[in-house]
Design a protein around this ligand. Structure first.
Ligand code: SF4
Length: 196
């Protein structure tokens, strides 16, 4: 069950809106409270199976499903924290990257590829303000120094990935074979996903 991260601002397009598949009706309101009350009333009037006390959560989850690029979070999932598996992936990725550089191979992808990745990330709901202890410690300045002069046109919108906890401003420039994505639950449209 997912829920939008931002219930205060009206989404792009000027309204909260979902299609109720059972009735073919679209619930559409500029304000979240009106959207929810219209949706709950519609469910009740039409005896929909999700009418009642769970209707609010159902409508918010439905909205997230129908707006895949919106920022939503799993209601029941604990907040993502940096764990041992993240540390292993980070060490593996840094090791592969350093080894590549030491062999004289290109440390960065072409600018066009970095732009392609960045454009996907800025649309992704996992592009979030999440902190990673290791990335904000010593390795980041090293990467940042090497990144000097490397940017994308959407750097101001790139944050961190809430799936891998990586700093996206650095990550989008790194060669794919240096990025350890093992065990990550990446969305299918992610440029790092094995089945994009
Ligand atoms: S790396 Fe993938 S999952 Fe993470 S923000 Fe970018 S597109 Fe989304």
């Amino acid at each position: 069950m997912r829920t939008p991260l931002n219930l205060v601002e009206t989404p792009p397009g000027g309204a909260w809106s979902v299609l109720i598949e059972e009735t073919g009706h679209t619930v559409r309101q500029a304000h979240i409270s009106m959207f929810l009350s219209d949706g709950m009333r519609h469910a009740s009037d039409n005896n929909l199976p999700w009418a009642g006390s769970g209707a609010r959560d159902y409508l918010l989850d439905l909205w997230c499903q129908q707006h895949p690029f919106a920022r939503c979070a799993d209601k029941d999932k604990p907040e993502r924290t940096f764990g041992i598996e993240d540390l292993k992936r980070f060490a593996s990725s840094m090791g592969a990257w350093v080894s590549k550089v030491a062999k004289g191979e290109s440390a960065w992808v072409e600018q066009g590829e970095a732009e392609r990745r960045a454009a996907i990330c800025v649309q992704c709901p996992n592009n979030q303000d999440v902190a990673c202890g290791w990335c904000s410690g010593s390795p980041l300045p090293v990467i940042a120094n090497h990144l000097a002069g490397r940017h994308t046109s959407v750097d101001d919108k790139l944050k961190s990935c809430s799936v891998c906890l990586c700093h996206l401003k650095a990550k989008v420039h790194m060669p794919l074979d240096t990025l350890d994505a093992s065990g990550l639950d990446l969305p299918s449209f992610c440029w790092l996903s094995p089945t994009p």
